[in-house]
Write a protein that binds this ligand. Sequence first.
Ligand SMILES: Nc1nc2c(ncn2[C@@H]2O[C@H](COP(=O)(O)OP(=O)(O)OP(=O)(O)O)[C@@H](O)[C@H]2O)c(=O)[nH]1
Ligand SMILES: [Mg+2]
Length: 296
Amino acid sequence: MNNTFRSGYIGIVGVPNVGKSTLLNKLAGQKIAIISAKPQTTRNKVLAINTDDESQMIFVDTPGFHKPKTKLGESMIKSVDETISDVDLLLLVVEPDENIPAAENTILERIGDIPTVLVVNKLDTTERLNLLPVIEKYNALHKFEDIIPVSASSGDGVEDLIKIIKKHLPEGPKYYPDDMVTDQSEKQIVAELIREKALRLLNQEIPHGIAVEIVKMKEKGDKVCEISANIYCEKESHKRIIIGSKGSKLKAIGSQARVDCEKMLDKKVFLELWVKVKPDWRNSEQMMKEFGMNDL
Ligand SMILES: Nc1nc2c(ncn2[C@@H]2O[C@H](COP(=O)(O)OP(=O)(O)OP(=O)(O)O)[C@@H](O)[C@H]2O)c(=O)[nH]1
Ligand SMILES: [Mg+2]
């Protein structure tokens, strides 16, 4: 019998929108990171911890790798770099496409000789046969430990990926208690759930300029939680769009976020949302700190 306990950090990297956060949630077995069809959804490193009898896998979700245009973008890339230099194993998540984005080449340069598994995601969007030329292209670019196609949204291939990850984990201690599933506080998750709904319900440029600040989160007995949050945007015209006609958009963001918050907190939630304007906050380190963004 093999009693060796294995543990380690597994960084999930890739260009925006390839499904890193969807994969993190599947690997963790629950929703921890927010997901949207808009690129640059994830802004910070997010840990998801999966512990069983033989191992502890600590997954690190990262922002999509892109050319930064704001201080916020720079801090997002910094968190990718920190993750790359600080993990036992990397999962490079890509789409099943032969046209390899330039930013992926940059990621590969930064990866150097850190053991990396190539995860070709969104398997459900293509025929298996079409994967072969994609895999060949990536193989020619880098020496991967393993290459595996998955569908993070359906879960197809994820069990096999977990087996591969375990194979590469070093012998090590239990870094976190058995019942700890993430490093995010409930307050941070609530703020992210609100931002997720805003991202999903708003179009065009506005989503990138949104930040959410929880101003109150107060339990009333053990069945009710009162939450009040500010949604920040960069322009008065954006504020009007977020609020919507007769408050309809803000109402929709609020009611969708409330459903998710109730699920997460297992309590009835009263959620109050306010929209405020902070011009150019994405270039203000002070504002970003106030919004609780780490890695600055
Ligand atoms: N069809 C399909 N869609 C997927 C799959 N995985 C993720 N998606 C979709 O791809 C979009 C992006 O997913 P995310 O998980 O937010 O992607 P991400 O890589 O974390 O994006 P950033 O945080 O912006 O870098 C969402 O609309 C997901 O529903 C998959 O396996 N199949
Ligand atoms: Mg993400």
